[in-house]
Design a protein around this ligand. Structure first.
Ligand code: FE
Ligand code: ZN
Length: 485
């Protein structure tokens, strides 16, 4: 069977965000009608699947008419009750079906590492015991626990019942809505790690929580700054290849970068979605000005050639880019990196921390912001204020806490999505709106986009901020918004 055909299938699936077992790709390539089978596989696998297996392909061949789900950028997250998995240790969907990634044990390691890292941030702040020893504690005593949120549901009285899990077991905690902790309780996401303290019930079966602790950024945090006057342009979501890509705005931006005013700008950071991609959502082909993803990257490379040659460029992928969708997303493959090689750009993973002149910038595309905006009840945590959602991620010290919702997470041995070190600057994109703020000394910047409002955004009342380039002074962390439309 033609190896090239199998390779092509691997690529096609990768572009759509799936890894694929070699045998599964070969099976599709060897089918009577590979196109139809490929579409049937994509339509039938659930969103949580990380890797297409031969089993998925056989199922699609048996039933090629299954219709697709709606996979769009801004769709609300699934209801919590739909969630297929259970944290620490835990994995429903991937178990037993994956042959190339996502072994059960890998997820155990991932969640264990997440717990260890985040519990480490909480340990000094709470007197705590593990779940097993709580089971033997005396009723009515003061206790504390650090656990991963395994389940959270509201009670009939409007309180929240949270199941906390640590490596020794699980223990329930009741968070009362008439306390200061109510706002945080309401914004809890599955799989984030929190600490609680309070009193055990008389029968020692549940903790009545008095204080809730998030890993958070210390209030005393003081960001590093550069020791000379130097600036960075922080942008994202260029979406080259979309009919709505704003070429003129980009031209103006690159012309400005050559102007005397932009002389201090020595860095350009691009936080994902270089191109519009292909197959990102159903019907996307109608919105494309350039239909081939490699042609999109070639066009993007042309645009990069316009910016000053001595600019240091850092790029991470986003959910529209042609890399694995599961986070952490690896850097662009050599094939795409070669296309983008025009400026010797630093091509790295999503997320990455880059240090510019001693200022540590956490660059994350921002796919989880949709979830945070949907689940945090505070009205200010909205698409109009993405910096407020970014602050929530900092408080949780994790860029994508919730497994099994909108975000695919890859079972790495280490949880690279934990915000282990507090960054000086946190830079995201994805929601296409501008947000600039500060949280406990950390500068927050969501960088807008270079794509005019799409039909999808219009239908969903999403109002993007295209054509802005936030420029940060690395010596003061002041941010100026430059507008190019
Ligand atoms: Fe985008
Ligand atoms: Zn995006």
């Amino acid at each position: 069977m033609a190896h090239a055909a199998t390779e092509a299938i691997v690529h096609r699936l990768l572009e759509r965000g799936y890894n694929v077992a070699p045998a599964a790709a070969a099976r599709i390539a060897g089918a009577d009608d590979p196109e139809r089978i490929l579409e049937a596989v994509l339509a039938s696998v659930s969103e949580d699947v990380l890797c297409i297996t031969p089993g998925h392909v056989e199922a699609a061949i048996d039933n090629p008419l299954v219709s697709g789900g709606d996979d769009t950028n801004y769709a609300p997250r699934r209801a919590r009750s739909d969630r297929p998995v259970d944290p620490i240790g835990i994995v429903g969907d991937v178990t037993g079906q994956s042959t190339c990634t996502g072994e059960y044990g890998d997820f155990v390691a991932l969640f264990r590492d997440r717990y260890d890292q985040l519990a480490g941030l909480l340990r000094g702040r709470i007197t705590h015991r593990n779940a097993r020893s709580l089971a033997d504690a005396r009723g009515g005593s003061e206790v504390g626990m650090i656990g991963m949120v395994a389940d959270v549901r509201s009670t009939r009285n409007g309180h929240w019942l949270v199941e906390l899990e640590d490596p020794t077991g699980a223990f329930p905690a009741l968070l009362m809505s008439d306390r200061d902790i109510a706002a945080d309780a309401q914004g809890l996401l599955y799989d984030e790690v929190i600490g609680v303290s309070g009193r055990l019930s008389d029968d020692a079966g549940i903790i009545f929580v008095e204080d809730l602790y998030l890993p958070d950024v210390p209030r005393t945090f003081e960001p590093n700054t550069a020791d000379r006057h130097v600036q960075a342009a922080l942008i994202s979501d260029v979406h080259v290849g979309s009919k709505e890509f704003l070429a003129e705005a980009w031209d103006d931006f690159s012309a400005w970068l050559h102007s005397p005013e932009a002389e201090p700008v020595e860095y350009l950071v691009i936080a994902g979605d270089m191109v519009e991609g292909v197959g990102v959502y159903p019907g996307q082909e109608h919105d494309l000005a350039i239909e081939d993803v490699y042609a999109q990257y070639r066009r993007f490379a042309e645009l990069l050639k316009q910016v000053p040659g001595d600019l240091e460029i850092v790029m991470i992928p986003g959910n529209h880019d042609a890399v694995r969708l599961a986070e952490p997303q690896p850097a662009f493959t050599d094939e795409i990196a070669d296309i983008l090689a025009v400026h010797d750009a630093h091509i790295t993973a999503n997320p990455s921390t880059v240090s510019l002149e001693g200022v540590n910038i956490l660059v994350y595309h921002g796919a989880s912001l949709d979830e945070v905006i949907a689940s945090v009840p505070d009205e200010d945590v909205a698409y109009a204020n993405p910096d407020r959602a970014m602050a929530e991620l900092l408080r949780k010290r994790h860029v994508a806490p919730q497994y099994g919702g909108r975000i695919r997470i890859a079972p790495e041995e280490r949880d690279y999505l934990v915000i282990e070190d507090v960054p000086d600057v946190f830079h995201t994109g994805h929601v296409h709106t501008i947000g600039v703020g500060t949280y406990h000394g950390v500068r927050l910047i969501n960088s807008g986009c270079w794509q005019a409002q799409t039909d999808f955004q219009r239908r969903n009342n999403l109002d993007p901020d295209p054509g802005f380039a936030p420029i940060i002074d690395l010596d003061t962390l002041d941010v100026k918004l430059r507008k190019f439309v």
